[in-house]
Design a protein around this ligand. Structure first.
Ligand code: UD1
Length: 421
C-alpha cells in the first residue's frame, strides 16, 4: 500500500487550483438515470469515488465516458438494462445509495443494497425511505437490499425530514422530478451541492424552486431531457487547502474559491487570526505572524461549519495558543484522527461528541494511519508544520476525495512525496 511522506517546516507560497466537488459530482452522476438523453458534466474531479460511481452506472446499463483527461463525464442512460445496485459496488461507497430515487422514478422499481455502516458512523437510510414512501413507493428490506416499487408511479407529497439529510434531500428531489404532481420537501438540506443538483435538474427540464432554503418545491414533469452542467467548486477541498498556509505559515491563493461556499469556516479562521481575502480568481489565505488562537467549533448542516472540515480544523488547532473545544453534531464517531494526532504530540481528549484540544508549541513527525478520507488529509496538514517526517499510511482513502494532493501541495513549496509499494 502506498504511503505519503511529509517533511515539516517551511512556509507555503503560491496558488492551488480547486477542483469540482466530489460530493456534487456523486449526486449529479445518478441524475443521468432520470433521462434517456445524454447528460454531460464538466469540471468533474478525478477521483476513485467517481470511478466507483461510473462502475455502478455501467452495471445498470448506463454509459459514462471520461473525456478530456477525466474533467468531462459524458453519460447516457438511453439503454438502461437493470435497476439492481449490487452490494459489491454499493459497499465501497455510501453515495451509491443515490441511485435509488432516480431508478425508482424511471423504472417504477429498484433494488439497492443497503451500504452498511462506515468508519464515521452508522449512517442509516430511514429518511430516504420515508420520503419515497410518502410519494407512494413501497419499500421492503430483504437480503440486505432495499426492494422498492411504485406500481402506480410516484406521486407528489409533502414530506418533512426530522434532520436535514443531504443524501435524503438529493434522492427525494431526484425522484420527485418525474412524480405526478407537486412535492414539498420541508427541513431540506441547504448545502451548495443541493443547489448544484437542482441547477442541473432544471437544465434537464425539471421544475424546482427553493433549493438553498429549507423548503424545496418540485413540480413533477413527464420527462427530462439532456443537458451539460459544470460541477460546482469543491468547498471541502477549498477549506482543506485554505488550512495549509494557516498551519504551515505563508500565503496561498485558492483558485476558484468563493466565500459563500465556506462562510462559517472563514469566520472561524478569522477568529483564529488567519487572514482571508477575496481576489478576482479565488481566496487568498495568509498566516503572517505568530501562533493561531484557539477557537471552539461545532459542526452543523450548511450554512454551519461542515463536518467534512472538522478533522482538518483540529489539525490546525493542535498548535493554537489556548484550548479549543470541537463538537461533532453530524456523525457519532468522527474523531478517529485524534489518537493519530496525539501520536504526533497533540494534546487532545475526546469525550463522546466533544474533543478538547490544548494547543502545544510544536507537533513532531510520526508514522500515522489514515482512517477515513478527511482524517487522512488532516494528518498531512498536521505534518506540514511538524518537526521531522510524518508518514501517512493507508492513503487509498485520500484518492477517494483529493485529486493530485501531492502535486498541489508541492507546487506551493510543501515537502511531500508519495511512496509507491
Ligand atoms: C453527505 C456527504 C458527506 C458529508 C455529509 C454531511 C456526499 C456524498 N456525502 O453525506 O461527505 O459528511 O453529507 O454533510 O454528499 N441520517 C439518518 N437517516 C438518513 C440519512 C442520514 O439518520 O436517512 C443521519 C446520518 O447518519 C448522519 C446525518 O444524518 O448522522 C447526516 O447524514 P447526511 O446528511 O445524509 O449525509 P450523507 O448524505 O450521507
Amino acid at each position: 500500500m502506498d504511503s505519503i511522506v511529509v517533511t515539516g517546516g517551511g512556509e507555503l507560497q503560491g496558488e492551488i487550483p480547486i477542483a469540482g466537488a466530489k460530493n456534487a459530482c456523486l449526486t449529479l452522476m445518478p441524475a443521468t438515470l432520470l433521462s434517456e438523453e445524454p447528460l454531460t458534466l464538466t469540471n468533474a474531479p478525478r477521483l476513485s469515488d467517481i470511478k466507483t460511481m461510473t462502475e455502478l452506472l455501467a452495471s445498470l446499463g448506463a454509459e459514462a465516458k471520461s473525456l478530456q483527461n477525466g474533467q468531462v463525464l459524458a453519460m447516457s442512460s438511453h439503454d438502461l438494462t437493470s435497476a439492481h445496485a449490487d452490494y459489491d459496488i454499493v459497499r465501497k461507497m455510501r453515495a451509491s445509495n443515490l441511485v435509488l430515487g432516480p431508478l425508482l422514478a424511471r423504472f417504477g422499481h429498484a433494488e439497492v443494497s443497503l451500504p452498511g455502516g462506515c468508519a464515521i458512523g452508522a449512517r442509516p437510510m430511514d429518511l430516504h425511505i420515508h420520503g419515497l414512501e410518502a410519494m407512494g413507493a413501497e419499500i421492503e428490506l430483504r437480503d440486505g437490499y432495499l426492494h422498492a416499487k411504485a406500481p402506480k408511479g410516484l406521486k407528489g407529497a409533502v414530506y418533512e425530514m426530522n434532520f436535514a439529510s443531504v443524501g435524503a434531500t438529493e434522492n427525494i428531489m431526484m425522484a420527485a422530478t418525474l412524480a405526478k404532481g407537486t412535492t414539498v420537501l420541508k427541513n431540506a438540506a441547504r448545502e451548495p451541492e443541493i443547489v448544484d443538483l437542482a441547477t442541473c435538474l432544471r437544465a434537464m427540464g425539471a421544475q424546482i424552486d427553493g433549493d438553498g432554503t429549507s423548503e424545496i418545491t418540485i413540480q413533477g414533469v413527464d420527462r427530462l431531457h439532456g443537458a451539460t452542467h459544470p460541477v460546482v467548486t469543491d468547498r471541502i477541498e477549498l477549506g482543506t487547502y485554505m488550512l495549509a498556509p494557516a498551519i504551515a505559515g505563508g500565503e496561498v491563493e485558492c483558485i476558484g474559491g468563493r466565500i459563500e461556499l465556506v462562510g462559517a469556516f472563514c469566520e472561524k479562521l478569522d477568529a483564529a487570526g488567519i487572514h482571508v481575502e477575496e481576489t478576482k480568481r479565488g481566496l487568498k489565505v495568509a498566516r503572517r505572524n505568530g501562533r493561531v488562537s484557539a477557537v471552539d467549533v461545532t459542526t452543523e448542516p450548511f450554512p454551519g461549519f461542515p463536518t467534512d472540515l472538522q478533522a482538518q480544523m483540529m489539525a490546525m488547532l493542535c498548535t493554537a495558543d489556548g484550548t479549543s473545544v470541537l463538537e461533532e453534531k453530524i456523525f457519532e464517531n468522527r474523531f478517529m484522527h485524534a489518537p493519530e494526532l496525539v501520536r504526533m504530540g497533540a494534546d487532545i481528549e475526546v469525550h463522546g461528541g466533544h474533543a478538547t484540544v490544548r494547543g502545544v508549541d510544536k507537533l513532531k513527525g510520526a508514522p500515522v494511519m489514515a482512517t477515513d478520507l478527511r482524517a487522512s488529509v488532516s494528518l498531512i496538514l498536521a505534518g506540514l508544520a511538524a518537526e521531522g517526517e510524518t508518514v501517512v499510511n493507508r492513503v487509498y482513502h485520500l484518492d477517494r476525495g483529493y485529486e493530485k494532493v501531492v502535486r498541489k501541495l508541492s507546487s506551493v513549496g510543501a515537502r511531500i512525496e508519495r511512496i509507491k509499494e
